[in-house]
Design a protein around this ligand. Structure first.
Ligand SMILES: Cc1cc2nc3c(=O)[nH]c(=O)nc-3n(C[C@H](O)[C@H](O)[C@H](O)COP(=O)(O)O)c2cc1C
Ligand SMILES: [Mn+2]
Length: 341
C-alpha cells in the first residue's frame, strides 16, 4: 500500500469548477482525507479493501490507481461520504461541524428546497474521449467485482441514471445500480415505483425504446441528490444546483439528447428496448445479503461512451451491518432524523 499524496490532484484541480469531482478530490486531499492505494486488482482486492475501509464512519476516502491490466491514471474512488467531515465539506459547511448541526442543515435545506436550473454548455472534459460503434468498451474502465458472490461487475454504484418523461419532457435522475455485461451491454435495476421505472414503462407501453444515460463518476453533491426521493415531476439537476450553489453544466448526449454533466468523469448512453431483459445480479446489498439473487432486468444497448482522460470511477458499495456504517446506513437514520425533527 502506498499512501503518498498524488501530485496530479493539485494540478488537475487548479482551474476546475466547483462541480468538478477533481476540485472536490483536491479539497479532500488538502484536508488529509485520502488514502492512496497502488496496485490492487479488480477481481478481489479492490472490493475487499473498500469493505474494510467503510466499516467505520470517519475512515478516509480510498483512491485506487495502477490497477493491473489498466493504464496508470484509470482510477477508482470509494468510501465517499462515510464521514461527517466529508459530508460537511461537500455541502459547503465547516468541516468540523457536529452531527446535530448537519441534521439541522438538512432540515433547513429540505424546507427551503433551493433550486438552480442546469445550463447547457458547448463542450466539457467528459468529451475528451467519445466512443461509438465497435469502439465502445465499458471494460476500458477497471470495473471491480465488489463482493465475492456478486453476479458480475457493477460500473454503476455511485451513479446517476438519467431519463426523460415522454409526455412532459420532465428530466429525472436517480441512483440505480448498473451492471456491465459486455463491451456495449449493461443493465439497470430500478425498483418498482421508482421514477426511472415509471418512465421506462411509459415508453414500453407504446412499443418505443426508452433513452437512458448513465453517469458513474461525478461530484458527490450530484450523487447525494441521486439517492434522495426528490418529488415526482421535479428535476434532480435543479436540486443539485441548489445544493452546489451553482448551475450544473450539462451537454446533450449525442444519441439520446439527454442532459449529462459536462464535467463528469465517465458516462454512457443508449436505449432500453421493450421486453429486452437479461440476467442481472446478485449484488451484495446494504442489508448484508445478496438480496434478490439472479433476475431479469432491463438491458441498456450502449450507443455512446464518453470519458475524461485518466477517468475516475466512483464506488458507493453496500457493506455489511452491524459493523458497516456506510453511506446508506448513515444517511437513512439522518434522513429519519430530518423527517421527525
Ligand atoms: C448507493 C445507492 C444505491 C441505490 N441503488 C438502487 C437500485 O439499485 N435500485 C433502486 O431502485 N434504487 C436504488 N437506490 C435508491 C434510489 O436511488 C432512490 O430511491 C432515489 O430516490 C431514486 O430516484 P427517483 O426518486 O428519481 O426514482 C440506491 C440509493 C443509493 C444511495
Ligand atoms: Mn426523481
Amino acid at each position: 500500500m502506498n499512501t503518498n499524496v498524488d501530485p496530479r490532484a493539485a494540478t488537475a484541480a487548479s482551474n476546475a469548477p466547483k462541480q468538478d469531482l477533481r476540485a472536490w478530490l483536491a479539497q479532500m486531499e488538502a484536508a488529509g482525507e485520502v488514502t492512496h492505494i497502488s496496485g490492487a486488482e479488480r477481481e478481489r482486492e479492490i472490493g475487499g479493501i473498500v469493505d474494510i475501509f467503510q466499516r467505520k464512519i470517519g475512515n478516509p476516502l480510498v483512491l485506487f490507481d495502477d490497477i493491473p491490466g489498466y493504464p496508470k491514471g484509470h482510477r477508482i474512488l470509494a468510501n465517499l461520504l462515510t464521514s461527517i467531515r466529508r459530508i460537511n465539506m461537500t455541502m459547503g459547511n465547516p468541516a468540523d461541524g457536529t452531527e446535530i448541526e448537519l441534521v439541522r442543515h438538512w432540515r433547513k435545506y429540505m424546507k427551503e428546497a433551493k433550486t438552480i436550473p442546469p445550463v447547457e454548455v458547448a463542450s466539457g472534459a467528459l468529451l475528451e474521449n467519445v466512443k461509438t460503434g465497435d469502439d465502445i468498451d465499458l471494460f476500458k474502465i477497471p470495473v471491480p467485482r465488489w463482493h465475492e458472490h456478486d453476479g458480475g461487475y457493477y460500473i454503476g454504484t455511485g451513479d446517476m441514471v438519467i431519463m426523460r418523461d415522454p409526455d412532459t419532457g420532465w428530466i429525472n435522475y436517480g441512483a440505480y445500480r448498473v451492471q456491465a455485461h459486455g463491451k456495449k451491454l449493461a443493465t439497470v435495476m430500478c425498483s418498482k415505483g421508482k421514477h426511472g421505472d415509471m418512465i421506462q414503462k411509459k415508453y414500453h407501453e407504446r412499443g418505443q425504446p426508452c433513452p437512458v444515460a448513465v453517469v458513474c463518476g461525478m461530484h458527490p453533491a450530484l450523487f447525494m441528490i441521486a439517492g434522495l426521493e426528490i418529488p415526482h415531476g421535479k428535476n434532480e439537476y435543479d436540486a443539485a444546483g441548489g445544493l452546489l450553489g451553482e448551475p450544473v453544466q450539462i451537454i446533450k448526449g449525442p444519441a439520446t439528447g439527454l442532459p449529462i454533466p459536462a464535467h463528469a468523469e465517465i458516462a454512457f448512453e443508449g436505449f432500453i428496448h421493450p421486453n429486452d431483459k437479461i440476467d442481472e445480479g446478485p449484488l451484495g446489498e446494504w442489508t448484508g445479503y445478496y438480496a434478490g439473487g439472479l433476475k431479469k432486468e432491463p438491458a441498456i444497448r450502449v450507443e455512446t461512451m464518453m470519458y475524461r482522460d485518466d477517468p475516475i470511477l466512483l464506488g458507493a458499495i453496500p457493506g455489511i451491518p452491524p459493523d458497516d456504517d456506510s453511506f446508506l446506513s448513515r444517511l437513512v437514520p439522518l434522513r429519519r432524523g430530518v423527517e421527525s425533527a
